[in-house]
Design a protein around this ligand. Sequence first.
Ligand code: AMP
Ligand code: GLY
Length: 432
Amino acid sequence: MKVLIVGSGGREHAIAWKVSQSPKVDKIYCAPGNAGIGQVADCVDIGAMEIDRLVAFAKEQAIDLTIVGMDDPLVAGIVDAFEAEGLRVFGPRKNAAILEGSKAFSKELMKKYQIPTAAYETFTNPEEAVAYLEKTSYPIVLKADGLALGKGVLICETKEDAKEGVKTLMLDKQFGSAGDTIVIEEFMTGREVSVLAFSDGKTIQCMTSAQDHKRAKDGDQGLNTGGMGTFSPSPFYTDEVKAFCERYVYQATIDAMAKEGRPFIGVLFTGLMLTKDGPKVLEYNARFGDPEAQVVLPRMKNDLIDVVEACIDGKLDQIQLQFEDNAAVCVVLASKGYPEHYEKGIPIQGFENFEGKEGYYCFHAGTKREGEQIVTNGGRVLGITAKGKDLKEARENAYQATEWITFANKYMRTDIGKAIEDKETEGTVYHV
Ligand code: AMP
Ligand code: GLY
């Protein structure tokens, strides 16, 4: 079969690699892809938001299955456009991708169906938002309603910061129309966990858990980024927490969406905070996480094509999702200066060191080919993943593998997965 993947980051490389393992697949295309994806797929020069061109390409090439990796095209309705032409495609339709596309929608859904999340208010008027800031307690969290590359969340320590935040989002429109509506929500503390799950609209099956490291610098300092590294599984995601979430969060969300006439078919990514009052939803995404996919997919035993087809055909209940009983760590190699200013076009050396190394992966995020040379082409450049029998070993292996790659402005966090060392200090227990 012929498969098309839409997107160009480390997540799409992980998806393309996993798809390439399927005996059912003869040919993989990726639009637009990157230098690493080009090793397992034919990269097509069509942007992820050029939906009409993607539909035309899929028809022309008789693509049997399209997998959409990125959020923007999903929120814009790429799945509806493919389905309208009778093309098979994996991802939520526009009316379900809104779960990621609008925080006001997702918060209202959670409130209506009693899915645990932070208390909140929604505002479309900046004056009303500022009036609310007078009577609330601090810290407080401001969120742009729409997509903002993961950067539309402001944690404000004081009233002054929060007022400034309202200005940034609603008046200065730093994230454009994404800030026309904002959500102001209670600040929560606790350990964060990302759980990705497949859904066919009725049944939901969770993948193994992961934890992202969003801040740019060690010790969770610095600016928020797209993600500087991940580990899987999360030792904080205990069986009790999992059982609670399966019942009161994931299945409840899928049932709620079905009831609203918005069946969610695709990958539901739930960002959770494990607070002392129980797990609460931080956010939903409507696709695989990046870089969560880079640690979750290498541990997945199933053929991804089987699972994706079962979701599309409404037969996910017939799939036994299985993961290896080990661990994986992904360390992102970024360009120095990310997420602000950084140079691109810098030659990268050392890819050959990964050849023939079982359990080690070099997923490309921001790279491109210039003649024979692969050069940096983004803030996040590569995701170096390694597996190990446990998190400690996976972490050692991943950091060792980061040394196999060199480029002039290489930057990484040195504490990805270090949190596992203080897991004894956590002790939250939940009763289902
Ligand atoms: P989001 O895009 O909603 O996941 O938010 C990005 C990051 O902001 C999360 O990963 C959290 O670290 C933080 N965050 C979001 N909402 C809250 C909240 N209500 N309380 C504390 N931190 C939050
Ligand atoms: N790693 C967070 C995300 O994919 O949104």
